[in-house]
Design a binder for this molecule. Structure first.
Ligand SMILES: NC(=O)c1ccc[n+]([C@@H]2O[C@H](COP(=O)([O-])OP(=O)(O)OC[C@H]3O[C@@H](n4cnc5c(N)ncnc54)[C@H](O)[C@@H]3O)[C@@H](O)[C@H]2O)c1
Ligand SMILES: [Zn+2]
Ligand SMILES: [Zn+2]
Length: 384
């Protein structure tokens, strides 16, 4: 089958790989109909995630048709069109039972922090992902969810990650009615976080990024104020100034390890890897939230150390909340929101690219070319 194949930093190709096989009675094999490239894939692509092995297939945002099931799979059947949450979760462990599907204790033998994630290096279990024609889906009774009749597949694929992550970012912010929410990052995750902040009662939503086209998009899509941090001396002072010098009630980091905006952080976090990613947005978030405020972190960082102003967290009495999104916990509500037209996630998809051209799609998305917001890869069998 054709599959995206990681060859080293910034080197991606599509090659033939063996078909995945059922290895456990609870496995399913899914024929992929769409898979997205995510900001999280860029951390892998740029070589910032430890133990990203040559030969790995990325892709944790995908939907497809169940092709084969193991003998213990009863929640989905051959022929079902399913959306597959990016977290691989057993559904039974201490953490899954609390709804912490992103922190499953069983699906990732390599770590005690994050659970398994499709296509996300051996630090997240080493599972091949869905930027391929076929993918093996473990714990198939837990994650895969039949796409409701009538739902656009483009909406369905966004429910595997971007919608739940943006929603959870707002949820973790503990937004109170009338709160001022600042979102760093106008990628798909930040856009969805800004949109969802209103659902929790925000009174003002402000988004910062460096790309005008993304700011323009989020301004219309999420009806928020937008500012370009490249045009300011100091984004922290800027946010204080526009919030009566108090700071925002809630700040969301929807940027993570690839953050721009600080030469020191970029050199130590992205070029020399002396820290686990550039923590610029997180730095700004901690310093621009008001005393006693909440910083909600969905931007992804590496598993070791980062230059984060923890002293300011203590002295300002902040609450930091963070996690990988718990997709399965949020799906019932978010499927409803899409069906009722409250959320329109497919509007974020700007590029539809044949799977065979994944390398071009990575380059475009990574360098933010051609006004790209979200690219989706379509395997040959799903093109008609
Ligand atoms: N926690 C989760 O479950 C989860 C799920 C999906 C993605 N993520 C993470 O969310 C982050 C965003 O993902 P995405 O797909 O939107 O990525 P993306 O690359 O499309 O967008 C990131 C945006 O951040 C902007 N940016 C860079 N530095 C900034 C700064 N200092 N301040 C403000 N904006 C800045 C970039 O210009 C870009 O537009 C990534 O770190 C990704 O790994 C987390
Ligand atoms: Zn993702
Ligand atoms: Zn579990």
């Amino acid at each position: 089958m054709l599959a995206m194949n990681y060859r080293g930093p910034q080197r991606v190709r599509v090659s033939h790989k063996p078909m995945p096989e059922i290895k456990h009675p609870e496995d399913a094999i899914v024929r992929v109909t769409r898979s997205c490239i995510c900001g999280s894939d860029l951390h892998l692509y740029n070589g910032n995630v430890p133990d990203t092995r040559v030969g790995m297939t990325f892709g944790h945002e995908f939907i497809g048709i169940v092709e084969e099931v193991g003998s213990d799979v009863h929640n989905v059947k051959v022929g079902d069109h399913v959306l597959v949450p990016f977290n691989i979760a057993c559904g039974k462990c201490h953490f899954c039972r609390q709804g912490l599907y992103g922190n499953c204790h069983e699906s990732n033998t390599q770590a005690t922090a994050v659970g398994g994630i499709f296509g996300y290096s051996h630090t997240a279990g080493g599972y091949d992902g869905g930027q391929a024609e076929y993918v093996r889906v473990p714990y198939a009774n837990v994650g895969p969810t039949v796409i409701p009749p009538g739902m656009d597949p483009d909406d369905a694929v966004m429910l595997t990650d971007v919608v739940p992550t943006g929603y959870q970012a707002a949820e973790m912010g503990g937004i109170q009615p009338g709160d001022t929410v600042v979102v760093f990052g106008a990628g798909p995750v930040g856009i969805m976080a800004a949109r969802c902040s209103w659902l929790f009662g925000a009174g003002r939503v402000i988004v910062l990024d460096q790309y005008e086209y993304r700011l323009e998009f989020v301004k219309n899509y999420a009806n928020c104020e937008v500012y370009n941090f490249k045009e300011m001396d100091d984004p922290v002072v800027f946010i204080k100034r526009i919030t009566d010098w108090m700071g925002a009630d809630v700040v969301i980091d929807a940027v993570g390890a690839e953050a721009a905006g600080s030469a020191l952080q970029t050199i130590t976090g992205r070029k020399t890897l002396l820290q686990a990613g550039s923590a610029t947005a997180l730095h700004w978030a901690i310093n621009s939230v008001k005393k006693g405020g909440i910083v909600s972190i969905v931007g992804v960082y590496g598993p070791t150390d980062n230059l984060v102003p923890i002293g300011n967290v203590v002295n300002k009495g902040l609450t930091l909340r963070a996690n990988q999104a718990s997709v399965k916990r949020l799906l019932p509500r978010l499927i409803e929101h899409v069906q009722n037209g409250v959320l329109n996630p497919k509007a974020l998809i700007t590029h539809r690219v044949p799977l065979e051209e994944a390398a071009d799609a990575y380059r475009m998305f990574s360098s933010k070319l051609d006004n790209c917001i979200k690219p989706v890869l379509i395997p040959p069998s799903a093109r008609f």
